[in-house]
Structure formats: C-alpha cells, structure tokens
Design a protein around this ligand. Structure first.
Ligand SMILES: Cc1cc2nc3c(=O)[nH]c(=O)nc-3n(C[C@H](O)[C@H](O)[C@H](O)COP(=O)(O)OP(=O)(O)OC[C@H]3O[C@@H](n4cnc5c(N)ncnc54)[C@H](O)[C@@H]3O)c2cc1C
Length: 384
C-alpha cells in the first residue's frame, strides 16, 4: 500500500504511457505531427473525462486527481500539451453553460466522440492586455457575426469545438473594461472554410498552434455561453484549474529531467569516475530536485483548496510560477549533465527542454503572475 492517494491513477496512466515510449514522441516531434494514437488511447481509457461529472458520463474526479494524470504523461516522457485543453475547457461549459448546452456537449466529450481542445483568447495586437481585444461578435437575429483575428490558438486542427472570447459591446461603451466581452462555442467542423481561416504557426515546440482569421463567421446565438457581456469573468473562473494542471505538467517534466540526469550522472564515466561523483555535477541536480518538490507542495495546496471549493487564485498562480521555473531549471541542469549528448535528439533531452520552456510564457507569462501576486496577495498598486 502507498500513502499516495493517487497511487492507482499514477500506475494506470503509467501503464498506458508505457505503450508510447520515447521513440514514439521523438518520431512525432521530428515529423511535427500530432500524437493521434496516444490521444485516442487516453480518450478511450476515459482519462480526459476525469473532471466531467458522472451525471454527464465522466468520472467526476477532482483537480488533484486530474493534475496527476497530466503530471504522469509528462513524467513518462510525453507532452500533455497535446490534450490538456480538453481537461479545463470543459469546465467553462460546465460552470456557465445552459442545461441544454451541457446535455448537448458534455456526454459526447466524456464519451470521446467530441473534442473541446481549443480556447481562443490571445490576439496579435493586444497580447496580454485581454480587455482590449478587437474581435467582435455582433448579434443579428438568431446569429452572431464574428470578425477579427486571434493568434497562438492551439489544437484547432485537432478539435471539434472551440471556446471563443469576443467583444459584444465596444470598449468605449462599457463602464468597466472587463465587461462587454462574451464567450461562445464555435463548432470548428462548420466554421473552418465558412468564415474562419486557420493558419498554422511553425514554432519552437511541436505544438499545434495557429493564427485565426474571422471574416463574417456566423454562429448560432444559442452558442453563447452564459450571459452576454460576462465572458471575461467566466474565463477568469477557469484560470485556476488551467494554471494548476499546467503546474502539474511542469512538475512531471521536472521529475523526468532529474531522473534522467541522475541516471546519466551515475553511468557516464569521465576522468575514471562517474561524473555524478563531482559536486559540480551532483549539487545542481539536487537543487533542481528540491525546487520541484517544493513546487509540488504548492501544486497540491492549490488542488486541495480548489477541490474544497475555496478560493485558490494565489496558490494556483504561485504553483504555476514555481513549477514552470523549477522545470526549466531542471531542464538546464539535465542538459548540462548530458554535455554534448544532451543536444542529440535520440536522448530526448532537447525535445523536453523545448517543451517545458513554453510554460514561462503560456498560458500566462511569469510577469503576469508576479503582477497578480503583487496586487492581489500583497496589496501593492496595480502596475498596468
Ligand atoms: C505555443 C503557444 C500556445 C498558445 N496557446 C494559446 C491558446 O490556445 N489560446 C490562447 O488564447 N493563447 C495561447 N497562447 C498565447 C499565450 O497565452 C500568450 O503568448 C501569452 O499570454 C503572452 O502574451 P503575448 O505573447 O501576446 O505577449 P505580450 O503581451 O506581447 O507580452 C510580451 C512580454 O512582455 C511581458 N509584459 C507585457 N506587459 C507587461 C507588463 N505590464 N508588466 C510586465 N511584463 C509585461 C509579458 O510578460 C511577455 O513576457 C499560446 C502561446 C504559445 C507560445
């Protein structure tokens, strides 16, 4: 018996991941492909329906359990970035969707016949300053007509549905800048080629992400989630889960880097001794392990609060900050431990190095977390 309450989930996810070894993810990365077989297996086993309530066909697990699923994928050498959208995007629907929307979509998402992998917020001209978004949705009878542009929108080509944030009331006409934005369900199967153009962006990581162009895209008014004008608030409600899940992925990466570094430092002999015998090699690995373990505590604190229905904005943000920093530190240490061999694709270090680097920028950059903590936790003046 293990004291780990998530032992069973860990073992089961590890067993699934064992069917997709390093070579699999290395090949997908080299091809700039999508891990279809892996994602099908995850969905088939029901793992991506973890947070969907049983009433809608999911398993109704908490954030702690869901985060362990994401952690284990990365800890086994994979990249949960291919699928994590499904884990948190459905929460927006669950919390703010109508009964009809929940009944229409959630059982199919839980069954794996419908994918909700994408959320479109970021825009090229406004970046992090989300309330200034320029994409508009204008009501016209029983439809909304969408015009504008998004950038860095992930998994659009591997999803059926996308959550879209658009302005429904011009910024100049609202009293608070966070008002007047709404969120919609966009059925990508109908939209692409009929008002929505998708242009993939080649990037550092093998992460399917795109520019989106909306040109009079019509979506049914019934696809509005919740009340018009309240979309930004709904979006914020989902951020704690997203940040905590991504913290867990970083922690998975971090442990993976440390395990690889330890193994290599023990086996690589230079100057007639294992390189790990040198304090200059072993101390940075020990330090990386300490930082990951510490971040992990904050991650589980955020999960416990979230699952208890308590406020967890500070903890979720701090967990994401600590975990992304720790995984990047571990990545650097691992690469340094491997020396020249770390640069060879066949050891997977450089691939994971690129993958984990993303999380200091997306889905929220490090500076934005520091600004959040400064303002909302410490009471310092708002800096932007
Ligand atoms: C691979 C990838 C996948 C992504 N997937 C999605 C997705 O699926 N959906 C989606 O909506 N978005 C997605 N994003 C976008 C991502 O969330 C943004 O890139 C991120 O939030 C930063 O925004 P930006 O790139 O516009 O940077 P900018 O806002 O232009 O900022 C640039 C830099 O300046 C810093 N900065 C800006 N203003 C301040 C300030 N006031 N104080 C201190 N520092 C500041 C930022 O922290 C950042 O480091 C993705 C991005 C990438 C790279």
């Amino acid at each position: 018996m293990s004291a780990d309450p998530h032992h069973g989930i860990r073992e089961a996810v590890r067993a699934l991941c064992a069917r997709f070894p390093d070579e699999y993810f290395r090949r997908i990365d080299a091809e700039r492909g999508y891990p279809d077989a892996f994602v099908d297996a995850l969905i088939g086993a029901g793992w991506l329906a973890a947070m969907i309530p049983e009433a809608y066909g999911g398993t109704g697990l908490g954030l702690g359990a869901a985060s362990v699923i994401m952690e284990e994928i990365n800890r086994c050498g994979g990249n949960a970035g291919a699928v994590h959208g499904q884990m948190y995007n459905m929460g927006t629907l669950l919390r703010h969707g109508s009964d009809a929307q929940k009944r229409a979509y959630l059982p199919q998402i839980a069954a794996g016949t419908l994918r909700i992998q994408s959320m479109a917020v970021t825009e090229p001209t406004t970046g992090t300053d989300t309330t200034k978004i320029r994409t508009t949705a204008v009501r016209n009878g029983d439809r909304y007509v969408v015009n504008g542009q998004k950038v860095w929108i992930s998994r659009v080509l591997h999803s059926d549905l996308m959550i879209l944030l658009a302005r429904t009331t011009p910024l100049a006409e609202v009293t608070t800048r966070s008002e007047g934005m709404s969120i919609f369900i966009v059925d990508l199967r109908e939209a692409i080629g009929h008002g929505l153009t998708v242009r993939p962006i080649a990037n550092l990581v093998n992460h399917e992400t795109n520019e989106l162009f909306f040109d009079d895209l019509e979506i049914p008014a019934a696809n509005l989630i919740g009340d018009e004008g309240q979309g930004f608030r709904y979006l914020l409600d989902g951020l704690n889960a997203e940040r905590t899940l991504i913290a867990a992925e970083c922690i998975g990466d971090g442990y993976w880097f440390v395990e690889r570094a330890v193994k290599y430092a023990n086996s690589r002999v230079v100057f007639e001794r294992p390189i790990g015998m040198n304090q200059g090699v072993q101390f940075p690995i020990a330090e990386a392990h300490i930082e990951i373990d510490a971040a992990n505590l904050m991650r589980f604190r955020a999960c416990e609060l979230f699952d208890a229905g308590a406020p967890c904005g500070a903890e979720a943000n701090m967990a994401k900050y600590l975990a992304a920093k720790a995984s990047w530190q571990a990545a650097n240490v691992c690469l340094q431990t491997y020396g020249g061999f770390g640069f060879a694709t066949e050891y997977d270090i450089e691939r994971k190095f690129r993958e984990t680097r993303l999380y200091q920028v997306a889905p929220v950059s490090t500076n934005m977390i520091l600004a959040y903590v400064a303002e909302h936790v410490l009471g310092l003046p708002r800096s932007f």
